[in-house]
Design a protein around this ligand. Structure first.
Ligand code: ATP
Ligand code: PAU
Ligand code: K
Length: 249
C-alpha cells in the first residue's frame, strides 16, 4: 500500500491508500514522528511499499523522518520538491523555491479541481491564501497567523489572559461581544480570521468577478466555512496536489 504524509509545522497528516494510488484505507493526524510510527506500526496489515510526502519542516527534520520510514517499513520514499511550473500552473514567487510546498501542492490541487481561477485558503498553524488565475498564473498569496498562534501569542504576551480549552470551545457558541476574557479573545481571533477570509474574497472578485472557485482546507477550515457558503471544503487538497507532483509509477 501507499503512505502519504503532509508534514506541517504542528501536525503530521497521514493516510494510507490502496496500491491503486486512489482509494484511501485509513488516515489520521499526529503530533510527532514517534506517534506517526506508532500509528503505522499498529497496523502492520498495511504492508506499505511506497511513500510520498510533502514537508514544510527543516531538511534535517524531514531527512530524519524519511530515514525512520525507510528503516522501519522498508518503503521507498518520494518527496515533493519546488517547481517553477507544473500541471499548467506557474509558481508566482520571485524565488520559486521559497514558496511553501504545502501551499504549492494545495494550489496545484485547487487549479486541477477548479479547471479555472481559484482562491485556496488553508487554515493550519499559519493561515495562507493563494490566487491562481484561469490561465494558470499563480499571482502570489498571503500568510498570517492561524487560530492557535493568535490565541497563544495573546496568552504568552499578556499576564491576565488565561483560560482552558473547554472554556475556549464554549466561547464559540456565539460571536456577540465577549463578557468574559475567554469570550473576548476567542471571538476576537475568530473575527480576525473571518475578516481575513472576506478580504481575500473581495480581492478575488476584483480580479475575476464571479468566475472563480474558493477552496478551504487545513484543520481549522470549519471555523470559517460559514462566511463562504459557496466554498468547496476539501480537507485533503494538499494530498490531491501531492499525487500530481509525485506520481508513483
Ligand atoms: N484531529 C486533529 N488533530 C489535530 N488538530 C486538528 C484536528 N482536527 C482539526 N484540527 C485543527 O487543525 C489545526 C491544525 O491544522 P493543520 O493540521 O492543517 O496544520 P498544521 O500542521 O498545524 O500546520 P501547517 O500545516 O500550517 O504547518 C489545529 O489548529 C487544530 O485546531
Ligand atoms: C506558511 C506555511 C508555514 C504554511 O504551512 C508554509 O507554507 C511555509 O513554511 N512556507 C514558507 C514561506 C512561504 O511560503 O513564503
Ligand atoms: K498546512
Amino acid at each position: 500500500m501507499i503512505l502519504e504524509l503532509d508534514c506541517g509545522n504542528s501536525f503530521i497528516k497521514w493516510r494510507v491508500l490502496r496500491p491503486d494510488g486512489v482509494t484511501p484505507v485509513e488516515g489520521g493526524v499526529v503530533s510527532s514522528d514517534g506517534d506517526l510510527l506508532a500509528s503505522l506500526s499498529d497496523t502492520k496489515k498495511f504492508q506499505l511499499e511506497k511513500c510520498r510526502l510533502v514537508s514544510v519542516r527543516t531538511q534535517v527534520e524531514t531527512d530524519s523522518l524519511v530515514a525512520s520510514l525507510i528503516d522501519v517499513f522498508g518503503v521507498s520514499v518520494i518527496r515533493a520538491v519546488p517547481a517553477r511550473e507544473m500541471a499548467g500552473v506557474r509558481n508566482g514567487y520571485e524565488d520559486y523555491e521559497r514558496l511553501g510546498l504545502d501551499r504549492w501542492l494545495a494550489l496545484l490541487g485547487g487549479f486541477h479541481l477548479a479547471s479555472g481561477a481559484c482562491l485556496v485558503l488553508d487554515f493550519g498553524t499559519a493561515v495562507t491564501a493563494d490566487f491562481v488565475a484561469a490561465d494558470g498564473e499563480h499571482l502570489g498569496g498571503f500568510i498570517c497567523p492561524g487560530m492557535p498562534l493568535m490565541r497563544n501569542q495573546l496568552r504568552t504576551h499578556t499576564r491576565k489572559i488565561r483560560y482552558d480549552d473547554i472554556a475556549a470551545e464554549r466561547a464559540h457558541e456565539s460571536l456577540a461581544p465577549g463578557r468574559a476574557t475567554v469570550e473576548a479573545v476567542e471571538r476576537g481571533c475568530m473575527l480576525m480570521l473571518r475578516g481575513f477570509v472576506l478580504t481575500q474574497l473581495e480581492l478575488a472578485r476584483q480580479y475575476w468577478g464571479k468566475d472563480f472557485v474558493v477552496f478551504l482546507t487545513g484543520g481549522d477550515a470549519n471555523l470559517v466555512s460559514g462566511v463562504v457558503p459557496d466554498a468547496r471544503v476539501v480537507p485533503d487538497l494538499v494530498f490531491v496536489g501531492l499525487a500530481m507532483a509525485c506520481p508513483l509509477s
